[in-house]
Ligand binder design. Structure first.
Ligand code: DHB
Ligand code: FE
Length: 310
């Protein structure tokens, strides 16, 4: 059976992709940000999955206001990096896993989560920047002249796009429960695959309006604490709190709850029960392998976690 071994959480700021692609990683503005991912790149090499299930949002690139799926699963054999206005990023194409993706679609839809099935889709910075941060060359390799992007991504990736751009967007609770359903789907796939689930986007940021540039370090730290130790409580944060506290684009953080909902310690959690909620640390709570936070990257607070299942 396939198994989810770890979850990875990271922001996806497009300027990070541009800094990598334009060779700016050693500049004083960017160096501390990329230094925060050095451990993670080595961790990826040491813990290479067979498949990454990558939860991200499309930024009106593959979709638009003409068509807004709430949850969309990529079932194609491959996905090209999107042209977001400056040409496609110079990164490898994404190889999919149609068999596992179709199985997850079948299982999750029958589990009452209605997904849109996408057989052709370009993937934007929401997906490629996290891959670059986790799977690109290390700082010493780049300093020695290596290209930031690898020749190929290390494994197949299933893109899973969530609408966090146009209201109504899904609730944190819905996302958390969807993560639980994705885990059930993965564990009923009849091949011994090592699957990582990634939740991307966030942290606090607001890109437009009177509060453009908003960053809230306290909210971000509390969100990470809750996500690790009391994910049901994190899942109960209402939309209005994200907007007020984390800015209009802080709502991207609901995607982290999908990945967290797929972890071992919440597998049997029933929404609204107080069984596992609260400060009790469970014996199968995930191990925090990395926690990183950095401000700023462009207009955004960058957060990053690696949680391993025990
Ligand atoms: C920025 C952040 C995002 O999440 C995004 O999708 C686009 C831009 C920014 O900080 O510039
Ligand atoms: Fe974004």
């Amino acid at each position: 059976m396939a198994k989810i071994t770890a979850s990875v959480f990271t922001s996806h700021v497009p300027a990070i992709g541009a800094a990598l692609d334009l060779g700016k990683t050693q500049e004083p503005y960017w160096q501390p940000l990329f230094a925060g991912y050095e451990y993670s790149k080595q961790w990826m090499k040491d813990n290479q999955p067979d498949v990454i299930f990558l939860v991200y949002n499309d930024h009106a690139t593959a979709f638009s206001l003409e068509m807004i799926p709430t949850f969309a699963i990529g079932t194609a054999a491959e996905f090209q990096p999107a042209d977001e206005g400056w040409g496609p990023r110079p990164v490898p194409k994404v190889i999919g896993h149609p068999d596992l993706a179709s199985h997850i679609a079948q299982s999750v839809i029958q589990d009452d989560f209605d997904l849109t099935i996408v057989n052709k889709m370009a993937v934007d910075h929401g997906l490629t920047v996290p891959l670059s941060l986790m799977c690109g060359a290390s700082m010493p390799e780049i300093a020695a002249g290596a290209k930031a992007a690898p020749v190929a991504w290390p494994c197949p990736v299933i893109p899973f796009a969530v609408n966090v751009v146009q209201y109504p967007v899904p609730s944190g609770r819905r996302c958390f429960e969807l993560g639980q359903a994705i885990r059930r789907a993965v564990e009923s796939f009849d091949e011994p695959l090592n699957v990582q689930i990634w939740g991307t986007g966030g942290m606090s940021h607001q890109l437009q309006g009177a509060r453009a540039g908003l960053i809230n370090k306290e909210f971000d730290a509390k969100f990470m604490d809750l996500l690790i130790n009391d994910p049901e409580k994190a899942a109960s944060i209402p939309h209005i709190d994200y907007v007020r506290e984390a800015g209009s684009e802080g709502i991207e953080l609901v995607m982290w709850l999908i990945a967290r909902g797929a972890m071992n310690d919440v597998v049997n959690e029933v929404w609204g029960s107080d069984k596992g909620a609260g400060s009790k640390v469970k014996s199968n709570a995930p191990v925090v392998k990395k926690r990183f936070y950095h401000v700023p990257a462009s207009n955004t607070a960058v957060g990053h976690l690696i949680l391993e299942n025990v």
